[in-house]
Write a protein that binds this ligand. Structure first.
Ligand code: NDP
Ligand code: ZN
Length: 178
């Protein structure tokens, strides 16, 4: 793709995600607009991970649309193509399963993720650990935060080897655990 087409794809994904998440907030006590989170992933990948593949940046922007909004994989495939929709599907939990099973499956599935999905998953975990350290949900106990950090590490330990730089960023965020 040309640079102009890359920019167009990224802008379209940002607008699509902003529209889909428009009524959602993060769990921190300021109830930050949800879109800040996909934008954070995209920035971590681009500026810190030096990932310049526009399809991966677009997948990061879209990564929570199927899990957290009414967006379907087919809708993403129509709007952004099958490969971006497939990366989003790989990082989407099955909403029909209970939370404990979803957490276990993320650990089990991590070693089988595609290279692109590994990058998006790494950025997601980096951003969530940073959020938990800087602006956690108001009602989370210290024990619950620590359990989340340890679970995130189990997921990331299963997908190492794809991008050392992002893995180091994750490890740095993990070492700052509460
Ligand atoms: P949740 O999955 O309910 O919440 C974490 C998710 O919320 C993140 O993965 C992120 O997902 C999203 N999120 C939204 N806002 C924020 C924010 N400000 N900071 C970080 N993440 C945010 O977590 P769990 O209920 O699974 O709890 C984590 C751990 O704690 C689990 O291991 C669970 O077993 C344990 N637990 C402990 C309890 C206790 O009292 N000790 C009680 C309940 C659970 P996304 O990127 O998809 O938006
Ligand atoms: Zn996320």
């Amino acid at each position: 793709m040309t640079a102009a087409a890359d920019t167009g794809l990224i802008l379209r994904a940002a607008q699509f995600a902003a529209m889909k998440h428009r009524n959602q907030r993060r769990k921190d006590k300021e109830a930050t607009p949800y879109i800040n989170h996909p934008l954070a992933l995209a920035n971590v990948l681009w500026h810190e991970g030096r990932i310049t593949d526009a399809r991966i940046i677009a997948a990061a922007l879209l990564h929570d649309t199927v899990e957290d909004t009414r967006t379907t994989r087919a809708e993403l495939a129509r709007a952004f193509g099958k490969s971006i929709a497939s990366v989003v599907a790989e990082v989407t939990d099955n909403k029909w399963l209970d939370k404990k099973t979803r957490k276990r499956l993320q650990v089990e599935h991590a070693p089988h993720l595609s290279p692109s999905a590994r990058l998006v998953k790494l950025a997601d975990k980096i951003c969530n650990l940073r959020d938990l350290a800087a602006s956690p949900p108001a009602d989370w106990s210290l024990a619950r935060k620590r359990e989340y950090f340890d679970w995130a590490k189990q997921v990331v330990d299963g997908l190492r080897g794809e991008n050392r730089r992002l893995e180091r960023l994750f490890d740095r965020a993990w070492r700052a655990r509460p």
